[in-house]
Write a protein that binds this ligand. Sequence first.
Ligand code: AMP
Length: 243
Amino acid sequence: MGTQGKGQHLVLPGSPGSGKGAQARLLVQHYGLVHFATGDLLRKEVAAATGLGKATARYLARGDLVPNDLVLQLVRRRLTEADAGQGFVLDGFPRRLSQARALVNLLAALCQNLTAAIRLAVSDDVVVDRLAGRLVCLDCGAVYHAVYRPPNAGNVCPACRTVLHLAEEGKLKCEACSRPIGQREDDRPEVVRARLAEYHRDTGQMKDHCKYKGLLSEVDAIGNEGEVFERLQALLGERVPVP
Ligand code: AMP
């Protein structure tokens, strides 16, 4: 495990499908950070039909942002769990200027600060293409891709690597927990376009704010996971602010 990024408090304000989840997992492996994604926390609440899950389900199904007070409850709860003290990478939050401010206040109340906001830069067309093939285990959250990271080699065409049963999603099983996997409702292309439009609308002011505070950096997120992670590591060693 390296030391450059240890104890960091990172946020990854990239668009949906920019690879934040994959990079966050690598940050966890290499630097011992805790990773939590507001999308995952929300989906768990919905699956468990908690009060918060019931209040937020319709926003998730449409790809709309959940109201701040609801998502902040989850972030506050997660940030005050003991393991978050070892450093964290927060993914999917903040998504708006108001959330960025709320996060800074929350961390200040915990006598902490934000170390860096790293944006994974990728075009909208690439995102739509990536998410159309994304498959997830709705039980444990493991992420696959029909072409780039297919589950269970037996389901994959040896010639072109496409998953053979994509039309019969129920047959695909998670490698980690053997539960069925499938496409997220909000990964359908028309919903992805709506999520991207919302992302651009909501993050504009936040990016300016983080840039102004000298916290925002950017890495090119086109390439395989390892290539993008090398860029992230270089950045954590020697952070290059966005001009
Ligand atoms: P994600 O997994 O990050 O793509 O998020 C999935 C969905 O969860 C989003 O489309 C929103 O409905 C909700 N969500 C995740 N993070 C936030 C956030 N920071 N603020 C509001 N809603 C969020």
